[in-house]
Design a protein around this ligand. Structure first.
Ligand code: FES
Length: 133
């Protein structure tokens, strides 16, 4: 947990998240009945703001990135799913083209604090379990 931000979980350095460029993945644990699913979230920067989503396409439950951390298509205006090409508005996760038009990515609360980026777990998305020793 983040010092000074109780309940928030560190993702990484804000300076590593590039405007309309390289984003950052982070591990999340989706609570799913009695079972948990180990998934990822991602954060991108668009027009100076950070936005974070669960890394699951609204079309088929698969990760969006082309290569790890790359979510924008070539214009830098949209996020694009690598599987079938759905495009999403970076600022709200709405699919505006492709097979899931009108659906949305699941947004994750995010905060920039003293040069680092943090996300906030909720009733469904939790921090990953610490590794076994
Ligand atoms: S899985 Fe993303 S567009 Fe089909």
């Amino acid at each position: 947990m983040a010092e000074g931000l109780p309940g928030w979980v560190l993702i990484g350095a804000a300076s590593d998240i590039v405007e309309r460029g390289a984003g950052m993945r982070f591990p999340v644990r989706e609570r799913y009945g009695r079972q948990d699913a180990q998934l990822t979230g991602f954060v991108v920067r668009f027009e100076g703001q950070l936005y974070a989503y669960l890394n699951q396409c609204a079309h088929v439950a698969t990760e969006l990135d082309w290569i790890p951390g790359q979510f924008f298509e070539s214009s830098g205006l949209y996020l694009m799913c690598a599987t079938h090409g759905a495009i999403y508005l970076p600022e709200n996760g709405t699919c505006t083209g492709g097979p899931c038009r009108g659906a949305r990515l699941r947004q994750i609360d995010i905060r920039e604090h003293q040069g680092s980026v943090y996300w906030l777990p909720d009733d469904v998305l939790a921090a990953p379990n610490p590794p076994d020793h």
